[in-house]
Design a protein around this ligand. Structure first.
Ligand code: CUA
Length: 336
């Protein structure tokens, strides 16, 4: 059983090392590093306690075992004041060593960035089972994938639309609940550009385990470019099929999904924003973003993400689905 446990822990640790990063032991930000320090400290103390207790246990079992020919009852011990003081004081000391950095770190993480740090504010709303990201300073919005500049504090201001969710990007650190009717904050900073996977870590319904998101960190200049591109008019359909797709999106999708700067009069707000959709790396946070998977998703979203509010478009003709896919996969924020 021990072997299985060790193997399982090893598997957990190693599975975190793939790309994109989803690993607490390979942090890419200050908060993650501080928390890793705490993880090492607590693991160290726990290992020390386990080793000492196991060693004493094994020693006692061997040293005082019943030997053949033993007939007399050993000396009965009623208690030892010295030992009792020792095994009370040592745990108290260990807990104090653990508590001081834990409490100070907790308060440090609560601190909001100073105005001089020019933090980027990103508002997050959690929905069953997707993430809305709004950039109030820039007036843009995305879903399930959030772009940030490296080296700058990012102040995430979060709440929930329905049930409790939790925001966690293991590589950057943190973890904060999104609660309905309450605003929580978490400030993170990425040191290097990269893609960091994030997960919902509060059981929130059937597709909790599929409520994924990604943090994409860019160099500041690249990030500014991305922000500008998100404000540009969407690329115009370049084929008859894509034009038909644009019309069908207007009929079928735009009531729930917003596509900014594409000429639609409505900006749906109940579903994930689709502006610059083709630049997303994944569909609904679960499938790789490609035309094939988009067809799979449109046909029956419940197969992919049970409990999702997205209705099925299985009733559309193949040609119509082709048109929808063609148009959505042509939506680029970036100038061509
Ligand atoms: Cu949202 Cu779990």
């Amino acid at each position: 059983r021990m072997l299985i446990c060790v193997g399982f822990v090893g598997l957990l640790l190693s599975s975190g090392c793939s790309n994109p990063s989803l690993s607490v032991v390979d942090p890419s930000g200050e908060v993650g590093r501080t928390q890793l320090g705490l993880i090492y400290l607590s693991t160290g103390i726990m290992t020390f306690v386990t080793v000492v207790v196991a060693a004493i246990y094994i020693y006692v079992v061997i040293r005082f075992r019943e030997r053949p020919g033993d007939t007399h009852i050993p000396k009965q011990v009623e208690g030892s004041t010295t030992l009792e003081i020792l095994w009370t004081v040592i745990p108290i000391l260990l807990l104090i060593i653990l508590a001081i950095p834990t409490v100070t770190t907790t308060f440090k993480l609560e601190k909001r960035p100073a105005p001089s740090e020019k933090a980027v504010q990103i508002n997050i709303t959690g929905y069953q089972y997707w993430w809305k990201f709004i950039y109030p300073q820039d007036g843009i919005s995305t879903a399930n994938e959030v772009h940030i500049p490296v080296g700058k504090p990012i102040e995430f201001v979060m709440q929930s639309h329905d049930v409790i969710h939790a925001f966690w990007v293991p590589s950057l650190g943190g973890k904060r609940d999104l609660e309905p009717g309450r605003v929580n904050r978490l400030t993170l900073k990425a040191d290097k550009p990269g893609t960091y996977d994030g997960k919902c870590t509060e059981l929130c319904g059937a597709s909790h385990a599929l409520m994924n998101f990604r943090v994409i960190a860019h160099q500041p200049a690249e990030y500014e470019k991305w922000v500008r591109s998100m404000k540009k008019p969407a690329s115009k359909p370049t084929s008859v099929l894509a034009s038909e797709g644009k019309r069908l999106v207007g009929q079928n999708c735009i009531g729930c999904h917003a596509i900014r700067n594409a000429g639609y009069k409505i900006l749906g707000a109940t579903g994930p924003e689709l502006t610059a959709f083709s630049e997303r790396t994944r569909i609904a946070g679960v499938l790789d973003n490609n035309p094939q998977n988009l067809r799979v998703w449109l046909k029956n979203p419940q197969n992919v993400k049970p409990g999702s509010r997205m209705p099925s478009f299985g009733h559309l003709k193949k040609k119509q689905v082709d048109a929808l896919v063609k148009y959505l996969e042509s939506l680029k924020g970036r100038p061509q």
